[in-house]
Design a protein. Structure first.
Length: 323
């Protein structure tokens, strides 16, 4: 190719081919390179816009799929956060109140983490913000779950002990006494039936025919079965744990032996009039930490509040005990 251009010569009135100067050549080359480049780039760009390669399409589908998944996970995390909150609330408002324990302090349930940006490595991408948010919410859920799990362990062990305690504390009347008419003498000063002097009566007497069944008033272990010719006569002592013992006196017959484990409501003996007693009855005592206490306060399992009132009134009258 020859680098020339046509020029009109006014002297000869003819069009002549003249060689290009070096500068003109460079400009011409640069211009061509520019156009080739511009047209080429535009074509590639257009082609890319109109016709995607299969790989591009697959990648786009993949991104859409991941975005969809991300949205789904965000939704799931939100649900878990809600469930976690419900659980914490139930723990504080129900279990802990029921068992009489302090609520878990907020700082234990939501231990904060401060300082460093834990998601620095995630920065600089289109979805950085969302992924970082999701990650920190999951981390916070994990911490809450650990705290909640610890709290539930504590509540569970307390509930187990509580259940044990509920079953062990004397809580029913020692004989069948639905209409409360078997209550003969209660706690307090009474005229002693034999000595005829005012004496403190440390238990409660239930008058009943000989042979009436006597129930253990709480779960426990029989620690004493004894026959005396005066005082309590044939009597049984049950140790319930948690500081409680109960004593059943004047039995005609005992149906347990020392070391026996008994359940609340189990028949442990029959009513009689052995020992210092004027007629067939059961003398019942409740001991708490070695001190005799008023059994009237330990029938909460089978007395309604009004029956309890009636029973208190009946047991507090200046009646004579049967001892
Ligand atoms: Zn008595």
């Amino acid at each position: 190719m020859k680098w020339t251009r046509r020029r009109f010569n006014p002297n000869t009135l003819r069009v002549e081919q003249v060689p290009l100067t070096r500068k003109e050549i460079l400009r011409s080359v640069a211009l061509r390179v520019f156009w080739v480049g511009a047209i080429g780039a535009t074509s590639v760009w257009l082609f890319d816009r109109v016709f995607q390669s299969p790989a591009d399409r697959a990648r786009d589908r993949e991104i859409a799929f991941l975005e969809d998944q991300l949205e789904g996970m965000r939704e799931e995390v939100r649900t878990m956060e809600q469930a976690m909150e419900d659980m914490a609330q139930r723990d504080d408002a129900v279990y802990r109140v029921l068992l009489g324990v302090q609520p878990v302090p907020e700082h234990l349930r939501n231990p904060g983490i401060g300082g460093v940006d834990r998601h620095a490595a995630l920065r600089g991408h289109v979805h950085s913000e969302e992924v970082a948010d999701l990650k920190s919410r999951i981390a916070s859920l994990q911490r809450s779950m650990a705290a909640q799990s610890k709290s539930l362990d504590e509540v569970t062990s307390m509930a187990l002990e509580y259940e044990d305690r509920l079953e062990s504390i004397p809580a029913i009347q020692p004989i069948r006494n639905d209409d409360l008419n078997r209550m003969a003498g209660g706690w307090g000063y009474r005229i002693h039936p034999i000595y005829k002097v005012r004496k403190f009566h440390y238990g409660m007497d239930f008058s009943a025919p000989e042979g009436t069944e006597i129930f253990a008033t709480g779960d426990g272990v029989v620690v004493k079965v004894k026959r005396l010719y005066n005082g309590y006569g044939r009597h049984v002592v049950i140790r319930h744990g948690f500081g409680y013992e109960t004593l059943y006196a004047h039995m005609s017959k005992s149906l347990v032996r020392p070391g026996d484990r008994v359940k609340r409501g189990q028949v442990i003996g029959l009513v009689g009039s052995t020992g210092t007693s004027t007629s067939s009855h059961l003398h019942y005592e409740v001991h708490k930490d070695g001190v005799k206490v008023n059994p009237a306060h330990y029938y909460f399992n089978d007395l309604s509040p009004s029956e309890y009132e009636a029973m208190l009134e009946a047991s507090e009258g200046e009646t004579q005990s049967l001892d």
